[in-house]
Ligand binder design. Structure first.
Ligand code: KIV
Ligand code: ZN
Length: 522
């Protein structure tokens, strides 16, 4: 029997805690569906007590993704040790075929003093009662001593033993502030493995404050951890969490370093998962990001190009196709019909029907008029923009945009939006054409969103590449991201701003503002 390394994905929980990321339920479900396709073992779907939105997301994912028999991932939810939190977590998870409650409490002197205001004895007692309560609900209970790497060893061991004695089946060692150094973190994992009595799996949870999250996770695996907690694209609090794609591909690429260790992930889905998470979170993937960055398989120098043309193994240690990075060229053009379009999307795993299909098809035709080669990434980008999250109808759609600008005269934009069949038109001046377009959208929609960040890149290369704009906006303290694509950067910017505006309408409608949880948000 192979030695399985469990992949515990926390993109929807820890990843979603990245500044500026706010996913709605439909978007989280879409990511969870893709994580299931990717084949992760666990999806940590959220922190149910944190907000009504988090609760609904965990519940929806448990019902939709966690009920497909053996092939579906186990759905996990995070919980403090408070009994009411544990019960609430279970309430959200209980629909899944297999569910895990992940209980945590801080154990470092720093956190106990400044955040918990608890004595070490109280923390041990809380650990016992929280874990025992979770065990009343499910046989799969994980425990995390938060800030473990800054916790005195003896105390951490006392808490971990209490957790195992109370029924924890996985002990997760969080490097909450990214303080660990690989050999030190590996030694810590080994110490836990040897020093705690009982039957449990050891897990790593590494943050990237020193850029060592992947290295620390791998050191943990080498020392005996058999679960890694990771996020797609390495997103997460501050500098992020260990990147799923890096840890998985390191273990797969270097079996000599991890003898017998096996990962169940379908690696060909890595690139698509990365693109989806990037698109929905609004967090761009850096070009030179390992495994999933667009330059990860690009060769610039003549010598390298020569070598790779002769044999890719000269300068590539991973086959691009094995991680889904082969930028498949779709044979669709401006003469392709709706059937071919729909078939192609289905082959790509995108199921789009009804009005969303019509809207996506219209965008595809517009694009085919402007762009010669349409890649899988292009198609994904326009389809995702058109359909938004699964089942989400955008409040406003863009019917027309007209801009004038240049070095002479004041830049001006006119937009026509449609809401419930009504046309809303506005014209505004701005500092530039993009500024004018955003101002016109604000005036037409009546949503006073302020642009706080703007990023433009291209989906693929070439002079007719799709411009991919990601914006962050703030509206009365609600912070959301938006994304838009077009061969015209001003239009892409307007679409991104409108996408963010629609999200604000959604947040307002559900009144789902993430309520900050005093001192306990992990
Ligand atoms: O970083 C951390 O300590 C966490 C825990 C809740 C596992 O995210
Ligand atoms: Zn964390």
């Amino acid at each position: 029997m192979a030695d399985r390394l469990t992949i515990f994905d926390t993109t929807l929980r820890d990843g979603e805690q990245s500044p500026g990321i706010s996913l709605d339920v439909a978007e989280k479900l879409e990511i969870a569906e893709q994580l299931a396709r990717l084949g992760v073992d666990y999806v940590e779907a959220g922190f149910p007590v944190a907000s009504q939105g988090d609760f609904e997301a965990v519940e929806t994912i448990a019902k939709e993704v966690g009920t497909r028999g053996d092939g579906s991932p186990v759905i996990a939810g995070l919980s403090r040790t408070h009994l009411a939190d544990v019960d609430r977590c279970w309430e959200a998870l209980r629909h899944a075929d297999r569910a895990r409650i992940h209980v945590f409490i801080s154990t470092s002197p720093n956190h106990m003093e400044h955040m918990l205001r608890m004595t070490p004895e109280q923390v041990v007692a809380e650990t016992r009662s929280g874990v025992a309560r979770a065990r009343e609900h499910t046989g799969d209970v994980e425990f995390s001593p938060q800030d473990a790497t800054r916790t005195p060893l003896d105390f951490m061991m006392e808490v971990l033993q209490a957790a195992v004695d109370a029924g924890a089946t996985t002990l997760n060692i969080p490097d909450t502030v990214g303080y660990g150094i690989p050999w030190d973190f590996g030694a810590l994992i080994q110490y836990v493995r040897r020093g705690i009595a009982g039957d449990f799996v050891i897990s790593t949870h590494c943050h990237n404050d020193l850029g060592l999250a992947t290295a620390n996770s791998l050191a943990g695996v080498q020392a005996g951890a058999r679960q890694v907690e990771v996020c797609v694209n390495g997103i997460g609090e501050r500098a992020g969490n260990a990147a799923l794609e890096e840890v998985v591909m390191a273990v797969n690429t270097r079996p000599d370093q991890f003898p017998g260790v096996e990962v169940g992930v379908r690696t060909e889905e890595l690139a698509r998962t990365s693109r989806l998470v990037s698109r929905l979170t609004g967090y761009p993937v850096q070009f030179n990001k390992a495994v999933v960055g667009r330059n990860a398989f690009a060769h610039e120098s003549g010598i390298h190009q020569h070598g790779v043309l002769a044999d890719t193994s000269t300068y590539e240690i991973i086959e691009a196709s094995s991680v889904g990075q082969q930028g498949a060229q779709i044979v669709l053009g401006k003469h392709s019909g709706r059937h071919a379009f729909r078939d192609t999307l289905q082959k790509m795993g995108l199921s789009v029907e009804g009005d969303a299909l019509n809207a996506a098809f219209t965008r595809f035709k517009e694009l085919a008029d402007r762009k010669v080669q349409i890649t899988e990434a292009d198609l994904e980008a326009i389809v995702a923009e058109e359909i938004g999250g699964v089942g989400t109808e955008p409040a406003f759609t863009l019917e027309a945009l007209e801009v004038t600008g240049g070095t002479v005269g004041v830049p001006r934009a006119r937009v026509v939006l449609v809401r419930d069949g009504d046309k809303l038109e506005a014209s505004c001046d701005g500092d530039g054409m993009i500024d004018a377009a955003c101002a016109a959208i604000k005036a037409a929609s009546g949503i006073e969103a302020t642009l706080t960040d703007f990023n433009v890149s291209s989906v693929t290369g070439g002079i007719d590449a799709l411009g991919d704009v990601v914006v962050q906006v703030d509206c009365d303290g609600v912070k959301v991201s938006g994304r838009g694509v077009s061969t015209d950067v001003v239009e892409a910017s307007a679409r991104a701003f409108l996408n963010a505006t629609n999200k604000i309408v959604g947040v307002r409608a559900t009144k789902d503002r993430r309520k900050p949880i005093d001192q306990v948000t992990p």
